[in-house]
Design a protein around this ligand. Structure first.
Ligand SMILES: Nc1nc2c(ncn2[C@@H]2O[C@H](COP(=O)(O)OP(=O)(O)OP(=O)(O)O)[C@@H](O)[C@H]2O)c(=O)[nH]1
Ligand SMILES: [Mg+2]
Length: 325
């Protein structure tokens, strides 16, 4: 999502005051009145440009595709962003009013320096008042930039309990290089990798529990399963070396089948450690089964993708269903 990647850095109140007053300090004029009016105009222009640039850099969140909209809402909160932007808008209009009024008073012959000092004091306190919102928007930008941009192509979401070997599989078959470690919840964000035919999404591990109890990290996985998966590769670690029982992993599997109704391939990981072959099995250690599973999931994902992507002949344009838009 280009608009989300391009969100600008937001200055703190102190930095913004330095910027505004730094610029106005360089302004001159042929007499005191003219100089003060020029300084005030500069303050007005610099702050107006700044606030408008920040506000307009944000997209209309309600019209974003659902994956991005829900992801922003999950990791930052859309209402919070809107409230913070409204505070910036408020600060901007207050500053414009102060400047307009001050300039009018100077033109009426009132003491220019006294008016200038009072205007600067009021403007500084307005900007200090929105320090919290400015900092929030900067943090929001950092978090939002981490949301990966998805391609419109057959997409496999890899899911399962923590520590079962999801990232190991994704890093073997695709360009993604997520961290792999012998403890649960290693993966905390969404990793995207590509094969020749597929977009692979490695997700944080899920526990078998109701949605209301899920952590924000788990909810990222849920959003991928819900909005972007053409097919789900569900990885089961029957050795239980992941730290979770086979029973709870199978219970999660049933839950995901019921909740999303997406085509799914369920496979065993860590095939070097067990003999179970009633499902396809792979080993990230010795490579057994990896190629076969990749071929199978590629077939499934391509088939679903081609069925859900609808070609609309009207006006000769190609359009796709919501999940690919
Ligand atoms: N013996 C063996 N160990 C494996 C295999 N695949 C993964 N592991 C080990 O299992 C542990 C977890 O692997 P990850 O790929 O990080 O698991 P994950 O499912 O991505 O874990 P989270 O990101 O925490 O949900 C690591 O110590 C891996 O080395 C395998 O095929 N055989
Ligand atoms: Mg992982």
């Amino acid at each position: 999502m280009e608009s989300l990647r391009k969100l600008p850095t937001v200055l703190t109140a102190e930095e913004l005051l330095d910027k505004i007053f730094g610029r106005s300090s360089k302004v001159s004029g042929s007499n005191v009145n003219e100089r003060v009016i020029n300084k005030l105009s500069t303050i007005s222009n610099v702050s107006k440009d700044y606030f408008e640039r920040i506000i307009s850099s944000h997209p209309n969140y309600n019209s974003l595709p659902s994956f991005y909209r829900e992801m922003v809402d999950l990791i930052v909160g859309i209402e919070e962003i809107k409230k913070s932007l409204a505070s910036l808008s408020w600060a901007n209009s207050m500053i414009q009013k102060i400047v307009t009024k001050s300039i009018a008073n100077i033109r009426k012959g009132k003491n220019a320096l006294a008016i200038y000092r009072s205007a600067c004091g009021r403007i500084a306190s307005i900007i200090e008042d929105i320090d919290k919102e400015l900092r929030f928007l900067n943090e929001a930008k950092n978090k939002i930039r981490e949301i990966p941009t998805l391609q419109d192509m057959p997409t496999v979401v890899v899911a399962g309990y923590p520590n079962v070997g999801k990232s190991s599989f994704v890093s073997l078959v695709s360009t993604a290089k997520p961290e792999i470690a012998e403890y649960p919840f290693t993966t905390k964000k969404i990793y995207i990798g590509y094969t020749k035919d597929l977009q692979f999404i490695d997700t944080p591990g899920l526990l078998d529990r109701p949605l209301a109890k899920r952590s924000a990290i788990e909810r990222k996985s849920i959003l991928c399963l819900k909005h972007v998966a053409d097919a789900i590769l569900f990885i089961i670690d029957p050795t239980e070396t992941c730290g979770y029982t086979l029973k709870s992993q199978l219970s999660l599997l049933e839950e995901i089948k019921k909740s999303f109704g997406k085509p799914m391939l369920e496979v065993y990981s860590k095939a070097d450690l067990h003999e179970l072959r009633d499902r396809m099995a792979f080993s990230a250690k010795n490579g057994e089964g990896v190629k076969e599973i990749l071929e199978e999931i590629t077939k499934i994902a391509i088939k679903t993708y081609s069925q859900t992507s609808t070609f609309i002949a009207v006006s000769g344009q190609t359009s796709t269903q919501e999940q690919h838009s």
